[in-house]
Design a protein around this ligand. Structure first.
Ligand code: NAP
Length: 296
Protein backbone atom coordinates (compact mmCIF):
# COMPACT_ATOMS: atom_id res chain seq x y z
CA UNK A 1 0.00 0.00 0.00
CA UNK A 2 1.25 3.46 -0.90
CA UNK A 3 2.34 5.93 1.73
CA UNK A 4 -0.09 8.85 1.88
CA UNK A 5 1.63 12.16 1.13
CA UNK A 6 0.19 14.44 3.79
CA UNK A 7 0.07 17.83 2.05
CA UNK A 8 -1.71 19.37 5.02
CA UNK A 9 1.10 18.44 7.40
CA UNK A 10 3.90 19.51 5.04
CA UNK A 11 2.08 22.79 4.33
CA UNK A 12 1.65 23.42 8.08
CA UNK A 13 5.39 22.87 8.66
CA UNK A 14 6.29 25.27 5.86
CA UNK A 15 3.79 27.88 7.07
CA UNK A 16 5.33 27.72 10.55
CA UNK A 17 8.78 28.34 9.01
CA UNK A 18 7.34 31.29 7.05
CA UNK A 19 5.65 32.67 10.19
CA UNK A 20 8.92 32.52 12.13
CA UNK A 21 10.89 34.20 9.36
CA UNK A 22 8.26 36.95 8.99
CA UNK A 23 8.34 37.55 12.77
CA UNK A 24 12.14 37.79 12.77
CA UNK A 25 12.14 40.19 9.79
CA UNK A 26 9.44 42.32 11.42
CA UNK A 27 11.54 42.65 14.53
CA UNK A 28 14.55 43.67 12.45
CA UNK A 29 12.87 46.05 10.00
CA UNK A 30 9.66 47.08 11.83
CA UNK A 31 7.71 46.44 8.64
CA UNK A 32 5.62 43.46 7.55
CA UNK A 33 5.22 41.80 4.16
CA UNK A 34 1.93 42.66 2.45
CA UNK A 35 -0.20 40.84 -0.10
CA UNK A 36 -2.99 42.50 -2.09
CA UNK A 37 -5.68 40.14 -3.39
CA UNK A 38 -8.10 41.49 -5.97
CA UNK A 39 -11.44 39.80 -6.63
CA UNK A 40 -13.84 41.03 -9.28
CA UNK A 41 -17.39 39.70 -8.92
CA UNK A 42 -19.15 37.20 -6.72
CA UNK A 43 -18.05 33.75 -7.91
CA UNK A 44 -18.56 31.60 -4.78
CA UNK A 45 -15.48 29.40 -5.33
CA UNK A 46 -13.29 32.50 -5.85
CA UNK A 47 -14.74 34.07 -2.67
CA UNK A 48 -13.70 30.96 -0.72
CA UNK A 49 -10.16 31.05 -2.19
CA UNK A 50 -9.80 34.76 -1.38
CA UNK A 51 -10.94 34.18 2.22
CA UNK A 52 -8.47 31.29 2.58
CA UNK A 53 -5.65 33.50 1.26
CA UNK A 54 -6.57 36.22 3.79
CA UNK A 55 -6.58 33.69 6.63
CA UNK A 56 -3.23 32.23 5.46
CA UNK A 57 -1.69 35.73 5.48
CA UNK A 58 -3.06 36.53 8.91
CA UNK A 59 -1.64 33.32 10.42
CA UNK A 60 1.77 33.99 8.85
CA UNK A 61 1.91 37.61 10.03
CA UNK A 62 1.60 38.92 6.47
CA UNK A 63 -0.62 42.00 5.99
CA UNK A 64 -3.56 41.20 3.72
CA UNK A 65 -5.18 43.90 1.59
CA UNK A 66 -8.35 42.58 0.00
CA UNK A 67 -10.00 44.48 -2.84
CA UNK A 68 -13.44 43.02 -3.55
CA UNK A 69 -14.79 44.76 -6.64
CA UNK A 70 -18.24 44.97 -8.15
CA UNK A 71 -18.89 42.45 -11.01
CA UNK A 72 -19.44 45.41 -13.37
CA UNK A 73 -15.97 46.89 -12.70
CA UNK A 74 -14.45 47.93 -16.03
CA UNK A 75 -11.08 46.78 -17.30
CA UNK A 76 -9.75 50.35 -17.03
CA UNK A 77 -10.86 50.62 -13.41
CA UNK A 78 -9.12 47.33 -12.62
CA UNK A 79 -5.96 48.44 -14.46
CA UNK A 80 -6.00 51.69 -12.47
CA UNK A 81 -6.17 49.73 -9.20
CA UNK A 82 -3.26 47.54 -10.28
CA UNK A 83 -1.25 50.65 -11.12
CA UNK A 84 -1.92 51.99 -7.63
CA UNK A 85 -0.94 48.67 -6.02
CA UNK A 86 2.23 48.50 -8.15
CA UNK A 87 3.19 51.84 -6.62
CA UNK A 88 2.14 51.13 -3.01
CA UNK A 89 5.17 50.42 -0.84
CA UNK A 90 3.31 48.29 1.75
CA UNK A 91 2.11 45.94 -0.99
CA UNK A 92 4.87 43.45 -1.85
CA UNK A 93 2.72 40.96 -3.74
CA UNK A 94 -0.34 41.33 -5.97
CA UNK A 95 -2.71 38.52 -6.87
CA UNK A 96 -5.71 38.90 -9.14
CA UNK A 97 -8.14 36.06 -8.49
CA UNK A 98 -9.03 34.19 -11.69
CA UNK A 99 -11.27 33.75 -13.58
CA UNK A 100 -12.12 37.40 -14.31
CA UNK A 101 -15.56 38.34 -15.71
CA UNK A 102 -15.78 37.91 -19.50
CA UNK A 103 -15.72 41.65 -20.26
CA UNK A 104 -12.18 41.94 -18.82
CA UNK A 105 -9.14 40.80 -20.79
CA UNK A 106 -7.27 38.50 -18.41
CA UNK A 107 -3.97 38.72 -20.27
CA UNK A 108 -3.92 42.54 -20.25
CA UNK A 109 -4.62 42.56 -16.52
CA UNK A 110 -1.98 39.96 -15.59
CA UNK A 111 0.60 41.72 -17.79
CA UNK A 112 -0.08 45.01 -15.96
CA UNK A 113 1.16 43.62 -12.63
CA UNK A 114 4.72 44.67 -11.76
CA UNK A 115 6.74 41.44 -12.37
CA UNK A 116 8.52 42.08 -9.05
CA UNK A 117 5.14 41.84 -7.27
CA UNK A 118 3.71 39.01 -9.41
CA UNK A 119 3.54 36.40 -6.63
CA UNK A 120 1.25 34.17 -8.74
CA UNK A 121 4.10 33.81 -11.27
CA UNK A 122 1.91 34.34 -14.36
CA UNK A 123 3.59 37.48 -15.79
CA UNK A 124 5.52 36.75 -19.01
CA UNK A 125 8.72 38.10 -17.42
CA UNK A 126 8.50 35.52 -14.63
CA UNK A 127 7.46 32.76 -17.05
CA UNK A 128 10.43 33.60 -19.28
CA UNK A 129 12.86 33.61 -16.35
CA UNK A 130 11.50 30.26 -15.16
CA UNK A 131 11.96 28.74 -18.63
CA UNK A 132 15.60 29.85 -18.89
CA UNK A 133 16.32 28.70 -15.32
CA UNK A 134 16.77 32.18 -13.78
CA UNK A 135 15.81 31.61 -10.13
CA UNK A 136 15.23 35.33 -9.60
CA UNK A 137 11.55 34.83 -10.45
CA UNK A 138 8.27 33.75 -8.88
CA UNK A 139 7.20 30.17 -9.57
CA UNK A 140 3.46 29.58 -10.05
CA UNK A 141 2.09 28.36 -6.71
CA UNK A 142 0.49 25.00 -7.62
CA UNK A 143 3.42 23.53 -9.60
CA UNK A 144 5.80 25.00 -6.99
CA UNK A 145 3.85 23.09 -4.32
CA UNK A 146 4.02 19.92 -6.43
CA UNK A 147 7.79 20.31 -6.74
CA UNK A 148 8.16 20.56 -2.95
CA UNK A 149 6.03 17.43 -2.40
CA UNK A 150 7.98 15.51 -5.06
CA UNK A 151 11.36 16.51 -3.63
CA UNK A 152 10.29 15.31 -0.15
CA UNK A 153 9.43 11.84 -1.47
CA UNK A 154 12.05 11.31 -4.20
CA UNK A 155 15.48 11.85 -2.71
CA UNK A 156 17.58 11.84 -5.89
CA UNK A 157 15.58 13.41 -8.70
CA UNK A 158 18.43 13.35 -11.21
CA UNK A 159 17.37 11.41 -14.31
CA UNK A 160 14.01 10.30 -12.90
CA UNK A 161 11.24 10.12 -15.47
CA UNK A 162 8.48 12.59 -14.56
CA UNK A 163 5.28 12.15 -16.55
CA UNK A 164 2.71 14.95 -16.37
CA UNK A 165 -0.88 14.62 -17.57
CA UNK A 166 -2.11 18.10 -18.54
CA UNK A 167 -0.47 21.05 -20.30
CA UNK A 168 -2.27 24.07 -18.84
CA UNK A 169 -0.40 27.33 -18.35
CA UNK A 170 -1.05 27.20 -14.60
CA UNK A 171 -0.02 23.60 -13.81
CA UNK A 172 1.32 21.25 -16.50
CA UNK A 173 3.54 23.55 -18.58
CA UNK A 174 5.19 25.43 -15.69
CA UNK A 175 5.79 22.18 -13.77
CA UNK A 176 7.46 20.63 -16.84
CA UNK A 177 9.69 23.70 -17.17
CA UNK A 178 10.61 23.70 -13.49
CA UNK A 179 11.38 19.98 -13.30
CA UNK A 180 13.58 19.87 -16.39
CA UNK A 181 16.01 22.48 -14.99
CA UNK A 182 19.52 21.39 -14.10
CA UNK A 183 19.38 21.76 -10.30
CA UNK A 184 18.95 19.51 -7.23
CA UNK A 185 15.19 20.16 -7.01
CA UNK A 186 14.68 19.01 -10.60
CA UNK A 187 16.94 17.47 -13.28
CA UNK A 188 14.18 15.06 -14.36
CA UNK A 189 13.45 13.64 -17.78
CA UNK A 190 10.00 15.10 -18.46
CA UNK A 191 7.10 13.90 -20.61
CA UNK A 192 3.89 15.95 -20.94
CA UNK A 193 0.66 14.20 -22.04
CA UNK A 194 -2.54 15.86 -23.24
CA UNK A 195 -5.70 14.98 -25.11
CA UNK A 196 -3.88 14.56 -28.43
CA UNK A 197 -1.98 11.56 -27.03
CA UNK A 198 -3.62 8.44 -28.53
CA UNK A 199 -2.99 6.39 -25.36
CA UNK A 200 -1.79 8.30 -22.26
CA UNK A 201 -1.33 4.96 -20.43
CA UNK A 202 1.65 4.22 -22.69
CA UNK A 203 3.39 7.27 -21.16
CA UNK A 204 2.02 7.25 -17.60
CA UNK A 205 3.22 3.64 -17.11
CA UNK A 206 6.80 4.82 -17.64
CA UNK A 207 6.72 7.53 -14.97
CA UNK A 208 8.85 7.14 -11.84
CA UNK A 209 6.90 10.21 -10.79
CA UNK A 210 3.42 10.86 -12.15
CA UNK A 211 1.62 14.21 -11.81
CA UNK A 212 -1.98 14.35 -12.97
CA UNK A 213 -3.61 17.73 -13.65
CA UNK A 214 -6.38 16.95 -16.14
CA UNK A 215 -9.51 18.10 -14.30
CA UNK A 216 -11.34 14.81 -14.95
CA UNK A 217 -12.12 12.05 -12.46
CA UNK A 218 -10.41 8.65 -13.00
CA UNK A 219 -8.17 9.80 -15.86
CA UNK A 220 -5.49 7.56 -14.33
CA UNK A 221 -6.26 4.05 -13.07
CA UNK A 222 -4.02 1.41 -11.44
CA UNK A 223 -3.14 -0.31 -14.74
CA UNK A 224 -1.68 3.00 -16.01
CA UNK A 225 0.85 3.40 -13.17
CA UNK A 226 4.39 2.04 -12.85
CA UNK A 227 4.73 -0.07 -9.67
CA UNK A 228 6.47 2.02 -6.99
CA UNK A 229 5.78 5.38 -8.67
CA UNK A 230 5.21 8.56 -6.66
CA UNK A 231 1.82 9.93 -7.71
CA UNK A 232 0.75 13.57 -7.28
CA UNK A 233 -2.93 14.21 -7.97
CA UNK A 234 -3.60 17.90 -8.67
CA UNK A 235 -7.21 17.43 -9.83
CA UNK A 236 -10.19 18.74 -7.90
CA UNK A 237 -13.55 17.36 -9.08
CA UNK A 238 -16.83 17.80 -7.22
CA UNK A 239 -19.06 14.71 -7.54
CA UNK A 240 -22.33 13.61 -5.89
CA UNK A 241 -21.61 11.95 -2.53
CA UNK A 242 -21.96 8.14 -2.92
CA UNK A 243 -23.73 7.78 0.48
CA UNK A 244 -25.89 10.89 0.24
CA UNK A 245 -26.75 12.26 -3.23
CA UNK A 246 -27.94 15.55 -1.67
CA UNK A 247 -24.30 16.23 -0.77
CA UNK A 248 -21.14 16.51 -2.85
CA UNK A 249 -17.63 15.19 -2.39
CA UNK A 250 -14.22 16.24 -3.72
CA UNK A 251 -12.16 13.72 -5.66
CA UNK A 252 -9.00 13.98 -7.70
CA UNK A 253 -8.15 12.87 -11.23
CA UNK A 254 -6.60 9.58 -10.08
CA UNK A 255 -8.49 6.45 -9.00
CA UNK A 256 -7.08 6.75 -5.48
CA UNK A 257 -8.16 3.33 -4.19
CA UNK A 258 -6.73 1.38 -7.13
CA UNK A 259 -3.58 3.45 -7.64
CA UNK A 260 -2.63 3.38 -3.94
CA UNK A 261 -2.17 -0.41 -4.33
CA UNK A 262 0.49 0.14 -7.03
CA UNK A 263 2.23 3.43 -6.16
CA UNK A 264 4.83 3.86 -3.41
CA UNK A 265 3.39 7.23 -2.36
CA UNK A 266 0.29 9.20 -3.36
CA UNK A 267 -1.41 12.50 -2.51
CA UNK A 268 -5.04 12.37 -1.34
CA UNK A 269 -7.74 14.78 -2.54
CA UNK A 270 -8.47 16.80 -0.50
CA UNK A 271 -5.37 17.23 1.69
CA UNK A 272 -2.62 16.76 -0.90
CA UNK A 273 -1.66 19.50 -3.35
CA UNK A 274 -4.44 21.93 -2.28
CA UNK A 275 -2.92 23.08 1.05
CA UNK A 276 0.47 23.57 -0.66
CA UNK A 277 -0.85 26.13 -3.17
CA UNK A 278 -1.62 28.91 -0.67
CA UNK A 279 1.54 28.06 1.27
CA UNK A 280 3.65 28.76 -1.82
CA UNK A 281 1.78 32.05 -2.30
CA UNK A 282 2.87 33.06 1.21
CA UNK A 283 6.40 31.91 0.41
CA UNK A 284 6.43 34.02 -2.78
CA UNK A 285 5.10 37.06 -0.89
CA UNK A 286 7.89 36.71 1.67
CA UNK A 287 10.43 36.43 -1.18
CA UNK A 288 9.01 39.58 -2.82
CA UNK A 289 9.24 41.45 0.50
CA UNK A 290 12.86 40.39 0.97
CA UNK A 291 13.87 41.36 -2.58
CA UNK A 292 12.09 44.74 -2.40
CA UNK A 293 13.72 45.57 0.94
CA UNK A 294 17.20 44.24 0.02
CA UNK A 295 16.96 41.52 2.67
CA UNK A 296 18.00 38.55 0.47
P1 NAP B 1 -7.16 22.76 -17.59
O1 NAP B 1 -6.73 24.13 -17.92
O2 NAP B 1 -8.55 22.33 -17.91
O3 NAP B 1 -6.15 21.75 -18.32
C1 NAP B 1 -6.34 20.37 -18.27
C2 NAP B 1 -5.26 19.70 -19.08
O4 NAP B 1 -5.44 18.29 -19.00
C3 NAP B 1 -5.30 20.06 -20.56
O5 NAP B 1 -3.98 20.24 -21.02
C4 NAP B 1 -5.95 18.84 -21.21
O6 NAP B 1 -5.46 18.57 -22.51
C5 NAP B 1 -5.50 17.72 -20.29
N1 NAP B 1 -6.45 16.61 -20.27
C6 NAP B 1 -7.73 16.64 -19.87
N2 NAP B 1 -8.29 15.41 -19.98
C7 NAP B 1 -7.31 14.60 -20.44
C8 NAP B 1 -7.26 13.23 -20.79
N3 NAP B 1 -8.33 12.43 -20.66
N4 NAP B 1 -6.10 12.72 -21.25
C9 NAP B 1 -5.01 13.52 -21.40
N5 NAP B 1 -5.00 14.83 -21.10
C10 NAP B 1 -6.14 15.36 -20.62
O7 NAP B 1 -6.96 22.44 -16.05
P2 NAP B 1 -5.92 23.03 -14.95
O8 NAP B 1 -6.26 24.44 -14.68
O9 NAP B 1 -4.53 22.65 -15.29
O10 NAP B 1 -6.37 22.17 -13.69
C11 NAP B 1 -6.33 20.77 -13.70
C12 NAP B 1 -6.99 20.25 -12.44
O11 NAP B 1 -6.23 20.69 -11.32
C13 NAP B 1 -8.41 20.78 -12.19
O12 NAP B 1 -9.16 19.76 -11.57
C14 NAP B 1 -8.21 21.92 -11.25
O13 NAP B 1 -9.35 22.16 -10.45
C15 NAP B 1 -7.07 21.40 -10.43
N6 NAP B 1 -6.26 22.46 -9.80
C16 NAP B 1 -6.01 22.34 -8.47
C17 NAP B 1 -5.25 23.29 -7.84
C18 NAP B 1 -4.95 23.15 -6.39
O14 NAP B 1 -4.45 24.06 -5.77
N7 NAP B 1 -5.23 22.01 -5.79
C19 NAP B 1 -4.74 24.37 -8.55
C20 NAP B 1 -4.96 24.45 -9.93
C21 NAP B 1 -5.74 23.48 -10.54
P3 NAP B 1 -5.67 19.59 -23.77
O15 NAP B 1 -4.69 20.71 -23.55
O16 NAP B 1 -5.33 18.77 -24.95
O17 NAP B 1 -7.09 20.03 -23.68
Amino acid sequence: MAEIIDGKKIAAELREEIRKEVAALKEKTHIAPGLAVVLVGEDPASQVYVRMKGKGCEEAGIASFQHILDPMTTENELLALIDTLNNTKDVNGILVQLPLPRHINEERVLNAIDPGKDVDGFHPVNVGKMVVGDENCFYPCTPYGCQILISRYVKDLKGKHLVIVGRSNIVGKPLANMMVQKNDRANCVVTVCHTAAPDIGYFTKQGDILVVAAGRQNVVTADMVKPGAVVIDVGVNRIPHPDDPSKTKLVGDVDFEGVSKVASAITPVPGGVGPMTITMLLQNTLKAFKIQNSLM
